[in-house]
Design a protein around this ligand. Structure first.
Ligand code: PEP
Ligand code: MN
Length: 265
């Protein structure tokens, strides 16, 4: 299998654009709001996270909301804003694609495709991004095993696209004290099995700003190739996932700590 260590022994290093790489010691530090809400607010968040050392900007334009009555995202208008802000700051951008029919449109605006947890086994979507030439951030499904996750990566690679980045974002558990259950052991576990990079999303994994800093540090300690953190300047007014967003100054603090930790390793 193409994702396996037997197939390729050395860690994959993936080019994300603007000179940013992930894998083989290169860290991918993704930050930004859950959803793109407008040009001004995205630009404000992007400037802040870049100054703190983030190297990839995130923002959803098509949102996989649990309720059909919740904000669904700005759509193509949002994609344009994300692309503009990425250009202005010379930063690669990542945004979620939920449907094979959206791949062609989103390809015109993004540097990296995100496959969300809810679509990890949308095999037609995996095949479609597998036939593009862009890196794919593949999030672990909320009840996906390690084998399920690696098989989904295989779907993308089998279609010709080897640029897959895995992401642990928490799995469903019986305990509602956190949004999901962060499976940190999955990082070294997966690294033994595959050459692909794996990052951790402590924002969706815990859903709690008070837990995100320590879990970010723990992710780096576990050998993750980066983190994925939601940041918003005004969490109370955020149109999605406000309660789990870090404020820019909180993000700055955790970035400083992660940097000193990475230097120690
Ligand atoms: C997100 O990144 O905003 C998101 C919806 O994540 P997940 O697919 O992991 O729930
Ligand atoms: Mn979110």
């Amino acid at each position: 299998k193409m994702a396996s260590r037997e197939y390729q022994e050395e860690d994959s290093i993936i080019d994300l654009g603007y000179g940013v790489k992930v894998g083989g010691g290169h860290l991918m530090m993704i930050a930004g709001p859950c959803a793109i809400e407008g040009k001004e607010i995205l630009s404000e968040i992007a400037h802040a996270i870049k100054a703190s050392g983030a190297n990839v900007l995130r923002g959803g334009a098509f949102k996989p909301r649990t309720s059909p009555y919740s904000f669904q995202g700005m759509g193509e208008e949002g994609l344009k804003i994300l692309q503009d802000v990425g250009h202005e700051l010379q930063m690669p951008v990542v945004t979620e694609v939920m449907d094979p029919r959206q791949v062609e449109l989103i390809d015109q605006y993004t540097d990296i495709f995100q496959i969300g947890a809810r679509n990890m086994q949308n095999f037609n979507l995996l095949k479609e991004v597998g036939s593009t030439n862009r890196p794919v951030l593949l999030k672990r499904g909320m009840s996906a095993t390690v084998v399920d996750l690696l098989m989904s990566a295989e779907y993308i690679m089998a279609n010709g696209n080897k640029q897959v980045i895995l992401c642990e974002r928490g799995i469903r558990s019986f305990d509602s004290s956190t949004r999901n259950l962060l499976d940190l052991a999955v990082v070294p576990n997966v690294k033994g099995l595959t050459h692909l990079p794996i990052i951790v999303d402590p924002s969706h994994a815990t859903g709690r700003p008070d837990l995100i800093p320590s879990m970010s540090l723990a992710s780096i300690a576990a050998g993750a190739d980066g983190v994925h953190i939601e940041v918003h300047c005004n969490p109370e007014l955020a149109k999605s996932d406000g309660p789990q967003a870090l404020l820019p100054h909180q993000f700055d603090e955790v970035m400083k700590k992660m940097r000193s930790m990475a230097e120690l390793m």
